[in-house]
Ligand binder design. Structure first.
Ligand SMILES: [Ca+2]
Ligand SMILES: [Ca+2]
Ligand SMILES: [Ca+2]
Length: 618
């Protein structure tokens, strides 16, 4: 029968997560997850100066967790690390990298910035060579809204000049994690986190179904292309925001059948709770225990495997993964998906770990609710009743999103805006909220009943001049149409060589597209030139059903914004606010329509044409 050594099959190693780390990093030791086979009872051997500890092998002998302490003076490059068993030894392909320089990276965003959200698959096809990669043939079909369309990271690189010319300052792309390489076969599963008729084939073109947290989706490019994108963006003055998902993996992640620990996920494919999306239970001091549990531990759409951040191994993996993307690219901010469905204690530890390494980083959380009380509950800066400060810097301003839609598309009274902003007292810091007309999960503004191009322009004027850090969803600046997901994710016209027209260029835009584009560009330019529009205190001056006027005020300068949402001209008499206006003899409409206005004893009278706005300065 032979000896024990002869009986033991030799170990093999296929990969390690993270594949590299940095000497002097705030996380040390780093916890490695080694994948392979025949790893039962493995030891991990490290070179002199390095130490390994806390080796843990899963019960199939295919995954090893191990702490690796990296000496401060460690040499860069491959680290000769080995996994050894009675059957032999295998090399672990791990290396140390030079930390990226801080200058011009890891910068965070502020109210000085304007974000631009795009979906790489739907924006521009910069590399037709990756349209149908060998590992995932047959997923591309531009006629099908749930298939890949061919857009990629090179396409984003190619269009950075367009974004810079428009006047936005930061790019947020939907996730670039490696997603599944075949059509989704699971009943009820669709590519967009929504139920759809069973049997409609779909892909994970949107990136929210990660099967490898350390991989770049091959339809979009590779890590080299991603790093080039971040570097090129920085070189032209644009920041980059990564979309991360810590709540769940895609349903096809290998962990669903073979996990590093028994409690890696909450439940199993065969036996798990369903997430019923009762987000308010998180902010409820007395929630029903079963609802709290299904909200935190339930599987999104009853299908996306829910990661268990209460397992310290899972939590450490997720924290390191976030830090790895920052470290390898130098990006500036993180947008975190599905925030409320993860224990707040995890966010507290995760945000602290990210800020320890990158103190200027901005963290934006997705808490989808129209109620400011619920949204504000998740903003960091104070401990809530649960004793937790989430550390989340800012959130999407869904309450204002709904109000802007109601007013400028559906014709509801302007008081709706004032009412919504009156709830700002709920927030630790309402000024930094990320405000938006729409995003990839909402129908387009132009799809609302009652929406017009004039209404869209007014909505943009309001969005880009009121408090907050504005976000523009790709294509809204050219009045793109589209209903609910996935119709709101149409291809940007001109992103593909074969497109009949090219809206990236003035000469290619339709009259309507160019009118909206020019308007957005103009208001963005005003926002850049006029500091109060970015940093000023918001002071409401007047509100009626038809009109709304406010000032943005700093110690040095004031800007008055007046909007008429009605189909008739409206007269306004506005009292001034701000020291620089007290002695003004006249005000100028920087949007241009009203020209120069005479001032009478501390107030100005103006008549706004139907559905128009003015931005007044001294
Ligand atoms: Ca492509
Ligand atoms: Ca893939
Ligand atoms: Ca969860």
């Amino acid at each position: 029968m032979g000896t024990f050594a002869a009986l033991a099959a030799p170990p093999t190693v296929t990969r390690v997560e993270p594949p590299n780390w940095w000497p002097g990093h705030t996380v040390n030791p780093v916890r490695l997850l080694v994948s392979g086979a025949n790893l039962a009872n493995a030891r991990v051997e490290a070179p002199p100066g390095f130490t390994t500890a806390n080796v843990r092998v899963n019960d199939t002998g295919t995954l090893v967790l191990v702490d690796l302490r990296i000496p401060a003076a460690a040499r860069l490059g491959p680290v000769p690390l080995r996994v050894a068993t009675a059957g032999g030894a295998a090399e672990v392909p791990f290396s140390l990298s030079q930390p990226l320089r801080q200058k011009g990276r890891f910068a965070g965003f502020s109210t000085d910035d304007v974000l631009y959200l795009l979906m790489p698959d739907r924006f521009a096809n910069g590399n037709p060579g990756n349209d149908d990669p060998p590992v995932s043939r047959g997923l591309l079909d531009r006629s099908k809204p749930r298939h890949y369309h061919g857009g990629d990271l090179q396409g984003v690189i190619d269009r950075l000049p367009y974004l810079r010319d428009l006047g936005v300052t930061a790019v947020w792309t939907t996730p670039w994690y490696d997603n599944v390489n075949h059509l989704n076969q699971l009943e009820k599963y669709t590519a967009d986190n929504q139920r759809s008729p069973a049997g409609v084939p779909s892909t994970d073109y949107h990136g929210y179904g990660a099967v490898n947290f350390y991989g770049v989706e091959e339809h979009f490019g590779d890590l080299t292309t991603l790093r080039r994108l971040v570097d090129r963006a920085h070189a032209v003055g644009l920041k980059v925001v990564q979309d991360q998902v810590a709540n769940h993996t895609g349903p096809y992640h290998s962990w669903t059948t073979n996990s590093p620990t028994p409690t890696w996920y909450n439940g199993t494919v065969a036996n798990h709770l369903e997430n019923t999306w009762q987000t308010w239970t998180i902010a409820d001091p007395n929630p029903p225990a079963d609802k709290l549990k299904s909200t935190l531990d339930g599987w999104f759409i009853n299908l996306l495997p829910d990661l268990n951040q209460n397992d310290p191994e899972t939590a450490a993996y997720l924290i390191q993964n976030s830090l790895w993307w920052l470290g390898v690219t130098g990006l500036d901010a993180v947008r975190q998906d599905t925030l409320p469905y993860v224990p707040r204690s995890h966010w507290s530890r995760w945000t602290a770990a990210l800020k320890r390494e990158c103190p200027r980083l901005t963290i934006l959380g997705e808490m989808w609710d129209g109620n400011p009380k619920l949204v504000s509950f998740f903003q960091g800066g104070r401990k809530a009743f649960d004793g937790v400060d989430s550390g989340i810097d800012t959130l999407f301003d869904f309450p204002l999103h709904y109000a802007i839609r109601d007013v400028f598309a559906k014709g509801q009274p302007m008081t709706r805006l004032s009412q919504t902003l009156a709830a700002d007292t709920n927030y630790v810091n309402p000024r930094v909220l990320v405000t938006f007309l729409g995003l990839h999960d909402t129908a387009r503004f132009m799809n609302e009943p009652g929406a017009t191009v004039d209404g869209l322009k007014l909505a943009f004027t309001c969005l880009l001049t009121t408090r907050g850090t504005p976000l523009i969803y790709y294509g809204d600046e050219i009045a793109m149409r589209g209903g609910g997901d996935p119709d709101n994710r149409r291809d940007f016209p001109g992103g593909w060589k074969e497109d009949p027209h090219n809206a990236f260029k003035k000469s290619g835009r339709t009259a309507e597209e160019d009118a909206v584009y020019a308007h957005v560009k103009k208001v963005l330019s005003l926002r850049r030139k006029l500091e109060p529009l970015r940093r000023g205190k918001l002071v409401e001056l007047a509100v009626t059903d038809a009109t709304y006027a406010f000032a943005r005020v700093t110690a040095r300068q004031s800007v008055i914004v007046a909007l008429n949402n009605s189909a008739r001209p409206q007269s306004l008499e506005l009292a001034f606010s701000g020291a620089d206006l007290a002695s003004a003899k006249s005000l100028t409409d920087r949007l241009g329509g009203l020209g120069r206005l005479q001032v009478q004893v501390g107030s100005v009278k103006l008549v706004l044409p139907p559905r128009s706005a003015a931005v007044l300065t001294r």
